[in-house]
Design a protein around this ligand. Structure first.
Ligand SMILES: Cc1cc2nc3c(=O)[nH]c(=O)nc-3n(C[C@H](O)[C@H](O)[C@H](O)COP(=O)(O)OP(=O)(O)OC[C@H]3O[C@@H](n4cnc5c(N)ncnc54)[C@H](O)[C@@H]3O)c2cc1C
Length: 439
């Protein structure tokens, strides 16, 4: 009888296209028990495993050496406790699915990043954040989580259950085990009024403390080679405030942000000398707009223009110095940078490998259009950010190693001790965790 050849394993690629791998095997468990059996089997047969979410990290954090765990088989929202404002979800659920379910129950997540396509576990595992003076990263919303360790043990963790694992696994880099379920603290559903306006960088920096403190959510974009930018404030308003008309929303979000912007980026890539003028036009041409919508729709947009990114969290007071250095770096680069620099703010938290551990942060995100050179830009800024006590986003490109990161995180060795205990055989290891945590 003819034997059927096993289906070939497809090459996996992240969203940005800069990380690719063909894993030895792809497994798609659909329950905590199946996950436990899978991990026990991997440990017994000497394989390494790596769960992957929606592949939205730029670093190799989700690249599997051997067995890739597709977490889409664990994407159910398990329960919503309206009175306690808690939602329990399987770890592979996408944030947009969660947002819709929560909205139906009159609830919402307190804050979100720029996009909502990440999985819950993927987002928290790298410290995904939005902006807001009093709000920490998404991992700070976690009340409980279920972690399957490399030995297949199932740990139910919370502040009072396995507290050290809880402090580590909320930003765990997929290095401690596989999360199968997460309970998140929500708030009552809310509506935000966003105001976007062209600004002068000098004005923003002069008033930045008031802008951060005076708005629920404040961020700004700076256009390299110009003294201009765009500020966005989002503040809570009554639930029945008027939403942006549909056509205007499409014009701003889809057409201007993606279609026109993508065209300008391609133009800048083809003719680098035009980049400063393109930034000047973009910065001046940005129309002021005010719109109101459900919170997640104001926080998140669709990103179709692909790019590579580095993001550093620095102590908030170091922002002016970091931006001044960035201006000098940009002027000296042998190529032009086509994307604006995004600046956001978060509150201090107590999660060991959170970028915001123990301090209020300013985040500076450096982007470059897909296919354009970026490494000298990112490396030059990394030198500045490191000297300022900066911490690189775990999901965005950086070049730091364990020894250098150890100096930036007071509880780094505690994290490594939990990893040694939960995964002494390094079943969860990959090249990235070797780089940032050590072998
Ligand atoms: C267009 C775009 C916009 C972005 N916007 C923001 C933003 O506004 N703010 C921000 O902070 N970041 C942002 N990011 C970065 C992104 O949020 C993070 O990289 C996030 O980790 C991606 O989630 P994911 O589901 O794609 O996870 P992946 O990238 O697939 O995986 C990330 C990590 O999570 C681990 N993991 C996945 N599932 C599990 C599990 N079940 N158990 C244990 N570990 C697991 C993986 O092993 C890996 O270590 C953006 C990225 C892109 C491409």
């Amino acid at each position: 009888m003819a034997r059927t050849a096993p289906a070939p394993i497809a090459t996996w690629s992240n969203w940005s296209g800069n990380q690719q791998v063909r894993p030895v095997r792809v497994a798609k468990p659909t329950s905590t028990d199946e996950m436990s059996a899978l991990l026990q089997d991997a440990a017994a047969t000497g394989h390494r495993v790596k769960p992957v979410g929606s592949g939205h990290s730029f670093t190799a954090v989700a690249v599997a050496d051997d067995i890739q765990i597709d977490t889409s088989g664990l994407s159910r929202i398990v329960s919503v406790d309206r009175a306690a404002r808690l939602v329990t979800t399987q770890a592979g659920a996408r944030l947009h699915t969660l947002n819709d379910v929560l909205s139906g129950h009159g609830l919402a997540l307190p804050n979100l990043g720029d996009v909502d396509v990440q999985t819950v576990a993927g987002a928290i595992s790298t410290g995904t954040h939005g902006t807001g003076a009093t709000v920490g990263c998404l991992s700070t919303f976690v009340e409980r989580l279920t972690l399957v360790t490399a030995a297949g043990e199932v740990l139910h963790c919370a502040a009072d259950r396995h507290p050290d694992v809880f402090a580590a696994a909320r930003v765990g880099l997929g290095a401690l085990g596989v999360i199968t379920e997460v309970t998140l603290r929500c708030v009552d559903a809310f509506v935000l009024r966003a105001h976007e306006t062209p600004v002068l960088l000098a004005d923003v920096l002069a008033g930045v403390d008031d802008l951060i403190a005076g708005n629920d959510h404040f961020e700004f974009f700076w256009y390299p080679y110009t003294g201009r930018g765009q500020a966005k404030t989002s503040n809570r308003v009554p639930l029945d405030d008027a939403p942006l008309p549909r056509f205007r929303a499409w014009l701003d979000d889809e057409f201007l942000s993606n279609t026109v912007y993508g065209g300008l980026c391609r133009l800048g890539r083809a003719v680098p000398a035009l980049v400063p003028s393109v930034h000047e036009v973009a910065a001046r041409g940005l129309t002021e707009r005010t719109y109101t919508a459900r919170s997640d729709r104001v926080f998140c947009t669709t990103r179709r223009v692909r790019f590579t990114e580095m993001e550093y969290a620095v102590p908030r007071a170091a922002l002016p110095e970091a931006l001044a250095a960035l201006e000098r770096i940009l002027a000296a680069l042998p190529f032009r940078v086509q994307f604006p620099v995004e600046v956001r703010f978060t509150a201090a938290d107590d999660i060991w490998l959170s970028h915001g551990y123990g301090r209020d942060s300013a985040y500076l995100a450096l982007h470059q259009f897909q296919g354009a050179p970026y490494e000298p830009y990112f490396r030059a800024f990394e030198r500045v950010a490191t000297a300022l006590g900066g911490r690189p986003h775990w999901g965005k490109l950086h070049y730091r190693d364990a020894e250098s990161l150890r100096a930036a995180y007071p509880r780094f060795d505690d994290f490594r001790a939990v990893r040694d205990r939960l995964d002494p055989g390094r079943v969860m290891q990959n090249a990235y965790t070797r780089q940032v945590l050590g072998a």
